[in-house]
Design a protein. Sequence first.
Length: 91
Amino acid sequence: VVRILIVIGALLPLAFCLGMPFPLGLRLVGRWGGHQTALAWTVNGVMSVAGSLLAVALALLLGYRAVLAAAALFYLLSLLIVWRFPKTAYT
């Protein structure tokens, strides 16, 4: 039981943080109106499948460190893209 609580305590903050970008992005895109929210869901679905395939390929070819590095790189890239949005997109 103690081990389970330690694992939950270690993983919960990470899981919470990794789960935040998409809902926050949806809220941002939803402010624009139109079909952008549907487009965001479509891109999310396509990239989820592509990411799964890429993760398996990278794990087999280069190992799990490469998978973690690629994941970190894509999260950083997503953050940079959001920062580059015009400020008028936030209002």
